[in-house]
Unconditional design. Structure first.
Length: 74
């Protein structure tokens, strides 16, 4: 079975990525559904997305309550 995540490919402009397993495994290679360009391993992409989300939440928290959260487990 194939599943999709949302992104914009810098090569073809497609907004769909494809990965071979549901749920994706850390070693799965994510590819563009439009041009089949390899994007990278799921674990690296997942870790980057989590870090970006934590940064955004930290900044929002600071703006609202004047404190940044302390993240547990990484």
């Amino acid at each position: 079975m194939t599943d999709y995540i949302r992104f914009i490919c810098t090569t073809c402009g497609s907004d769909k990525a494809i990965y071979p397993n549901t749920p994706p495994l850390d070693d799965d290679i994510i590819s563009c559904a439009g041009c089949e360009r390899e994007i990278g391993p799921h674990k690296i992409i997942k870790d980057a997305m989590l870090a970006a989300g934590k940064d955004e939440l930290s900044n929002l928290s600071y703006k609202i309550i004047g404190k940044r959260p302390t993240w547990k487990n990484g």
